[in-house]
Design a protein around this ligand. Structure first.
Ligand code: AMP
Length: 212
């Protein structure tokens, strides 16, 4: 199974990828998580990455592909979460995997409309200690903005502010249309409805992935 997951920010991609990874025992690279980890550093690369992520802009393709290449190299099973984000990234990956004889076996595209995205993301809170994700509308913590498990105050991601969200959605749609077309032409694209609760969406994804 060599799968990429596509979907606008807030479509539940990260959550679904985690469930899929556990169900099928396949390792995941989330480029967003990789950048958030990198941004904790103070070196030049950390500063460079931060300057893009904070504005909701894409990190340059060369920087991203280095991370992806290292991860997928010689793996016969993997899941990519958050990559590719534009046509150039899709082509770079495709060329690299083709040479290895390890082309993608499917691309899951989670669909969700803009109003729902904004609601999900503005409500998102993350525990800085354990990483648990809450949502003030759908899955609030028991006590106001404090982690149920760790008791520490929850935080918003720096790129979950309203104007940054709108910028991320705009960038997503501008960049992803050609990517979706690219995989559609290759017969690899599977659209999945992202509405409903986590388990409903997961069942839809499993139907697509069984046999991939
Ligand atoms: P995410 O957690 O996937 O929403 O990613 C958070 C941020 O990391 C994005 O808004 C981008 O700034 C950056 N990022 C993640 N993946 C990529 C990628 N494949 N290409 C460029 N930038 C990325």
């Amino acid at each position: 199974m060599r799968i990429a997951f596509l979907g606008p920010p807030g479509a539940g991609k990260g959550t679904q990828v985690e469930l899929v990874s556990r169900e099928y025992g396949v390792s995941v690279l989330s480029t967003g998580d990789a950048f958030r980890a990198m941004m904790k550093g103070e070196d030049k690369l950390a500063q460079k990455v931060r300057s893009y992520v904070e504005k909701g802009e894409l990190v340059p393709d060369g920087v991203v592909f280095e991370i992806v290449r290292e991860f997928v190299d010689n793996k016969d099973s993997f899941i990519l979460d958050g990559y590719p984000r534009n046509l150039r990234q899709a082509e770079l990956l495709d060329d690299f995997l083709e040479v290895k004889g390890l082309a993608l076996t499917g691309v899951v595209n989670i669909l969700l409309d803009e109003d729902e995205i904004v609601k999900r993301l503005t409500g998102r809170l993350v525990c800085p200690q354990c990483g648990r994700v809450y949502n003030i509308y759908y899955s609030p913590p028991h006590k106001d903005e404090v982690c149920d498990d760790c008791g520490v105050p929850l935080e918003r991601r720096i790129d979950d502010e309203d104007d940054v969200i709108r910028q991320r959605i705009k960038v997503y749609h501008r960049e992803m249309k050609p990517v979706v077309d690219f995989y559609q032409r290759k017969g690899l694209l599977f659209n999945v409805d992202g509405t409903g609760d986590i388990h409903e969406v997961f069942e839809r994804i499993k139907k697509v992935l069984d046999g991939k």
